[in-house]
Design a protein around this ligand. Sequence first.
Ligand code: NAP
Length: 241
Amino acid sequence: MRILLLGGTAEGRALAAQLHPDVEVISSLAGRVPDPALPVGAVRIGGFGGPQGLRRWLAEHPVDGVVDATHPFAAKMTATAAQVCADTGVAHLVLQRPAWPTDGAIVVRSDTEAAAAVAQHGFSRVFLTSGRSSLAAFTALDAWFLIRVVTPPSRDLLPQRHRVLLSRGPYDYDGERNLLVEHDIDALVTKNSGGAMTRPKLDAAADLGVAVVMMDRPTLPPGVVAVPTVADAVDWVRSLR
Ligand code: NAP
């Protein structure tokens, strides 16, 4: 049995590890970060070239199923996989970790809405953890930013007053609390990524009374089957036999 596993997440790597070697897993990474954490088994790197490209790839590499374990905010890849699998009749599953609770957070739908919320509330010392692709929305704001990203952002996207912190999770509570205190942060901006690896910032923010601006997840394409855990995805793959 052979599976295409759209990855780029810890869950994707865990699923590859649990299926390998009884199931032939081809993990696919977007190739956004240099030196990515690699799953076990075969790996291909780079975009497919939209729905047409994925359709071509699947014709050349027949699989028994596609598991989409991309990040909850990787909406384009998720839409492409759902559409192509529906069109071609390939079994398709989304593995998506549960969202974080949003109690007390200012919930927004996009990076632009998050930036507007920061301006409206007059936050002046902001911990920005929503990733490089959301930076442009904050560039013109008159606040100081602690910007945590995996790869260096281009200079023209950076707000005037900032510090860039290059790092990759997981993070622990004490480290996150220290960052918030040391930089006198009054608001944390985050995507609702879910999962334990980057959650401690929320716990530290709650304990310190730091406001949280949380970007809501994009909705999944209609009709897709989604499961919340790696164990569920393993069961789904085994049921394809
Ligand atoms: P996206 O906006 O949905 O994807 C943009 C394009 O990148 C897709 O259309 C596709 O190109 C290519 N792509 C994305 N994921 C791919 C994969 N696993 N394998 C092959 N091509 C892929 O996604 P994104 O937000 O740029 O995320 C890219 C990757 O980073 C994903 O694997 C995701 O799991 C990971 N990631 C994303 C975030 C986030 O906040 N978005 C956070 C952590 C990790 P083509 O159209 O050419 O096929």
